[in-house]
Each structure stands twice: as structure tokens, then as C-alpha cells.
Design a protein around this ligand. Structure first.
Ligand code: BT5
Length: 323
């Protein structure tokens, strides 16, 4: 743990300037110059490019993903505790267990790959290594269970705005949980809750985003419906920067929700939604309902106007656009 803390400290200091002398690094971090040298070597092993010369050390580039850099970029409560696994079954499974055994609000579980990545209703989430983001956020929010859907809205708004800012892609949200570019799915959100009748004990928000995956990494069944940031922009993006942007955005949105209520969140969601105003078909269990997606209510549920002019309010389901 101590070594890790020092790595972050050294990294933060290296980010401050061009060449940073070993003496300065040693003084600022309270370790010897030899210890600094060792830390710098560890950072190099982790993929950081650092030039050493008589003037000191210069950070040339950072790797696509590193927990050390991520820690230096986290601004709020969300992500203060971070757990990283090279491989896991599903980050949501781990996060649910951790939440149950008292993990604190804002703890994040990240994996480089998942063997049993899940979507909703037991569907699979493709999770190959080294390319995408698979993470779960543990929240212990002070909201009633019926407002749980708001957490899916909050997460999609945060993901959409973070990716828009970093990539300039025209990201839209398809109700209830799809992160889209045009008519292709770039990411998805999987909300799981444990609650008592009047309050949520904990919520786990699973976020999967295709970052550097190429079309060739996709099975034929997904090629027409899925995409990645790389596919859309032709550029490779650093996962650390995207994760940090999303977590900081979620922290900001949660603070707004707690301090000012839900109006602002609902407004942002409406602006980012590709669903409102469309003729849609929603499958809820065995029932399918057709109608115009009119709006969402204050709990984030979809308000559908059916052909006979009736309103239906839907908390979750699978939605397709008819026109
Ligand atoms: C979702 O489900 O969109 C929620 C996905 C959440 C994944 C994250 S990753 C971290 C955390 N840990 C987990 O185990 N899960 C969460 P749903 O709306 O049910 O969509 C699932 C459908 O999306 C599948 O049936 C496929 O058609 C499609 N799909 C699967 N993998 C995909 C991928 N990588 N990119 C785009 N679409 C995918």
C-alpha cells in the first residue's frame, strides 16, 4: 500500500514540470534518491515512459491504463477507493459482494476483462481484455427504492457527457440504459440494488464502454449493433482518462442531485435522449407496448402515449425504435 502511495506521489510530482530532479522528488516525497529511482523504475515497468538525464526525470507519456494515474485524477468521493483486477467474472458480482460486506460509498471495481460480463436479464456483455472499460460503482445513496431508476439516468448522463467532452462524439442515450452513437451501442449500464421497503441499502452501477475495440473483435451477431470509440473516431483513447472523467462527472451529478434535487438531472437527460418523441415498442416481460415516447417522469420512468390516447408509465424494459 505504501509503495503504491509513493508511486502516485512521484507521478504527481513528475506531472508538475518538464525535468524534475531526483533531489526535488526525494525531498517532496520524503524518501531517499535511491528510493525515488526505484519508484521511477517501477513506473517504467508499468508502462510509463520516463526519460532520465543529468537534469532529472521527465515524464514523456503514460500508459493506456494505470491505477496509479487514475488515482491522481480522481477529484471527489467516487473512486477514492479503487480495486483493480486483471480478470474477473463480473465487476458487478464483486461489487455486490463488497457492498454487502461494508465497502464504502464511492468504491469502484475495475477489471481489464470479464469472464461472465452481464447485461440485463442474464444477457451477456462481451468483455475482451486490454480494450474496453468494465467497472462497477458502489453507491449508498439516501433515496427511496422507487427512485433507483434515477441512478441509471445519472450514470448515463455522466457517461454521455464525459465521452462527449473527450471525444467530440455525438453520444445519445436510448432509454433506459444504452449509450449510443447513431444507431449503434457504445456502452451499457447495469443497475443492481439491494433495498428495504423505504430505502436503498446499496446500489451497484455497472458500466461497460467499448473504447479501443475494433469491428474485428466483435462476433458477427454484434457487428451491426455495436460500436466503439475507436471505430467511430479512428483514434486510440486512454482508458484511464475516460474512467476518471466519468467518475468525476458522476461525483458532480450526485452532489447536484443531493443538494438541489432531480430537476437538473432530468433536464440534462432529456437533452441527451434520442428516445423522446419517437414511436417505440417496449417489451416488458411478456407484454409489448407500442406508442410515442412522450417524456420521463420524476422517477425516470418512461411515459408512453399509446394509440388509444392512454398513458402508460414504464419502469424498465427493452425498447426499439419503430421509426
Ligand atoms: C447492458 O445490458 O447494456 C448493460 C451492460 C453492462 C455491462 C457492465 S461491464 C461492467 C459491469 N459488470 C458486468 O457484468 N456488467 C456491467 P443490456 O441492455 O441487457 O444489453 C445487452 C446486449 O448488448 C447483449 O444482449 C448484446 O446484444 C449487446 N452487447 C453485448 N456486449 C456488448 C458490447 N461489448 N458492446 C455493445 N453491445 C454489446
Amino acid at each position: 500500500m505504501k509503495i503504491k502511495a509513493n508511486l502516485e506521489q512521484i507521478l504527481n510530482l513528475l506531472k508538475e514540470g518538464s525535468f524534475v530532479s531526483g533531489t526535488f522528488l526525494a525531498q517532496e516525497s520524503g524518501i531517499t534518491r535511491t528510493a525515488v529511482w526505484k519508484r521511477v523504475n517501477t513506473l517504467k515497468e508499468k508502462g510509463f515512459k520516463i526519460k532520465s538525464s543529468h537534469e532529472g526525470y521527465k515524464l514523456l507519456s503514460t500508459p493506456d491504463f494505470s491505477i496509479e494515474e487514475l488515482k491522481t485524477l480522481i477529484k471527489g468521493e467516487i473512486g477514492k477507493e479503487l480495486l483493480y483486477f486483471k480478470k474477473t467474472t463480473s465487476t458487478n458480482d464483486l461489487a455486490m459482494e463488497l457492498a454487502q460486506s461494508n465497502a464504502r460509498h464511492g468504491t469502484i471495481v475495475i477489471a481489464d476483462s470479464q469472464l461472465k460480463g452481464r447485461g440485463r436479464l442474464g444477457r451477456k456483455w462481451l468483455s475482451p481484455p486490454g480494450l474496453n472499460i468494465y467497472m462497477s460503482v458502489i453507491l449508498k445513496p439516501d433515496i427511496p427504492p422507487k427512485a433507483g431508476t434515477l441512478l441509471t439516468l445519472l450514470s448515463s448522463v455522466s457517461v454521455a457527457n464525459a465521452i462527449r467532452r473527450l471525444t467530440d462524439l455525438h453520444i445519445k442515450i436510448k432509454w433506459p440504459n444504452d449509450i449510443m452513437v447513431g444507431d449503434r451501442k457504445l456502452g451499457g449500464i447495469l443497475l443492481e440494488l439491494r433495498s428495504e421497503p423505504d430505502r436503498i441499502l446499496y446500489a451497484v452501477i455497472g458500466i461497460g464502454i467499448n473504447v479501443n475495440m475494433e469491428a474485428k473483435n466483435l462476433p458477427p451477431s454484434l457487428r451491426q449493433i455495436a460500436t466503439s470509440i475507436f471505430n467511430e473516431t479512428g483514434k486510440v483513447f486512454k482508458r484511464t482518462l475516460i474512467i476518471a472523467e466519468i467518475l468525476n462527472e458522476m461525483d458532480k451529478e450526485l452532489n447536484i442531485l443531493n443538494n438541489k434535487g432531480k430537476t437538473e438531472l432530468l433536464k440534462k437527460w432529456r437533452l441527451l435522449s434520442s428516445t423522446l418523441g419517437k414511436e417505440v415498442m417496449v417489451t416488458v416481460g411478456k407484454e409489448t407496448i407500442r406508442g410515442i415516447a412522450e417524456d420521463i417522469d420524476r422517477e425516470g420512468r418512461l411515459i408512453l402515449e399509446t394509440k388509444d390516447g392512454k398513458k402508460r408509465i414504464i419502469s424498465s424494459g427493452d425498447l426499439i425504435y419503430l421509426r
